[in-house]
Design a protein around this ligand. Structure first.
Ligand code: ZN
Length: 54
C-alpha cells in the first residue's frame, strides 16, 4: 500500500531526487530511496529528498 503511493508520487515528481548535503540531482525511483539503496552520486550520502519539496 505505502509502496504504491510512493510509486505514484515518483511519477508525479518525475523520479528526481536531490542530495541534502551537496544538492546534486539524481534520477531514481522513490521506492529505492525509501529502501535506502540509493547513494548520492556526488558525496555518497543517503540523505536524498524529492526535488520539489522544500
Ligand atoms: Zn551529495
Amino acid at each position: 500500500m505505502a509502496a504504491k503511493i510512493a510509486i505514484a508520487h515518483a511519477r508525479l515528481f518525475g523520479n528526481v531526487f536531490v542530495c541534502r548535503d551537496c544538492n546534486r540531482k539524481s534520477r531514481t525511483q522513490a521506492v529505492r530511496i525509501i529502501a535506502g539503496k540509493v547513494k548520492c552520486p556526488g558525496c555518497g550520502s543517503r540523505k536524498l529528498r524529492p526535488v520539489r519539496k522544500k
